[in-house]
Write a protein that binds this ligand. Structure first.
Ligand SMILES: [Zn+2]
Length: 69
């Protein structure tokens, strides 16, 4: 019995040139501050939203704590 000839093997080592590096994934959190009425709150591109604050400075600090994680 003859061994089965190996068919065309799909190469898995092909890598697109614009593939994101490992460190770029950590920059997915882009925070912004938004205001609603008299309150300000932090927002993130990942979907996170901080609590409503009476000062925008506090909201900004919430955002900083979120991205620090
Ligand atoms: Zn985030």
């Amino acid at each position: 019995m003859l061994p089965r000839p190996a068919g065309p093997v799909a190469r898995t080592d092909h890598r697109p040139a614009d593939a994101p590096s490992g460190t770029a994934a950590d920059q997915a959190h882009r925070t912004t501050t938004a205001e609603r009425g008299a309150f300000a709150f932090a927002r993130c591109s990942c979907g996170w939203q901080g609590p409503a604050r009476r000062a925008r400075d506090r909201a900004r600090r919430d955002a900083a704590e979120h991205t620090a994680r």
